[in-house]
Design a protein around this ligand. Structure first.
Ligand code: DX5
Ligand code: ZN
Length: 227
């Protein structure tokens, strides 16, 4: 049975009390904290950087899942590793040397992830599977929380799941399949059935007063799906 992970995106949290927000969402059952980094260059929005990651680190024990929506990527990777990130994912379009960036993330002691925008081909995985620990499928265009899930992402997830399963068959190594954007209680089961095992959710969780109620309902939806 697949182990499912829920990774609340703090993009939709109350930024005036982020420490309390991450503690509360972990107490509510979050498996990871998803940390969205935007640079007003690669994406048209500006958010948080390594200083905030470092400030939040002592508040939670769970992995911090850094999603870099920045260009270029390499300069900032060591800073996030030092700030306590456990996982660092980036968009292939943000790096001139994808293989090098994946190695850089590993050299700094973090797990690596490659992120695919709705129109970005999975062929970027072709020659780097050995260096990828997580594939992140964007089900919205990156830049903002609260957008609607793009249904074509389900086909993309099925394709990514097939690649990951074939790779695992050959090598025995696990690669996680994460989805980000528009994930809600009412579509999470369908998304899991398409192959995702890790679910980012921002507005669905932080937009409601009772985080535990949302996470519990997501888990009961996930319990209906076996793969
Ligand atoms: C979008 C970010 C997402 C975002 C998801 O660019 O990468 O992580 O916060 O938010 P929701 O779950 O509200 O779509
Ligand atoms: Zn994200």
């Amino acid at each position: 049975m697949t182990q499912f992970r829920i990774a609340p995106s703090i993009l939709s949290a109350d930024f005036s009390r982020l420490g309390e927000e991450v503690r509360n969402v972990v107490a509510a059952g979050a498996d990871w904290i998803h940390f969205d980094v935007m640079d007003n260059h690669y994406v048209p929005n500006l958010t948080i950087g390594p200083l905030v990651c470092e400030a939040l680190r002592p508040h939670v024990q769970v992995p911090i899942d850094v999603h870099l929506m920045v260009r270029p990527v390499d300069r900032i990777v060591p800073d996030f590793a030092k700030a306590g990130a456990n996982r660092i994912s980036f968009h292939p379009e943000g790096s001139d040397h994808i293989d090098r960036t994946l190695s850089l993330i590993h050299d700094h002691g973090c797990k690596s992830g490659l992120v695919f925008n709705p129109a970005t081909s999975l062929s970027y995985l072709d020659h780097v599977m050995d260096k990828v620990d997580l594939v992140l499928i964007m089900s919205v265009n990156p830049g903002f929380g609260g957008q609607s899930f793009i249904p074509e992402a389900l086909n993309k997830l099925r394709e990514a799941r097939a690649r990951i399963d074939a790779y695992k068959e050959k090598t025995g190594r696990e690669i996680l399949l994460e989805v980000d954007g528009g994930v809600k209680i009412d579509n999470i089961a369908e998304i899991a059935a398409a192959g995702a095992d890790t679910f980012v959710a921002g507005s669905a969780i932080f937009g409601k007063p009772d985080y535990k109620a949302v996470i519990d309902q997501m888990r009961s939806e996930l319990a209906k799906v076996a793969h």
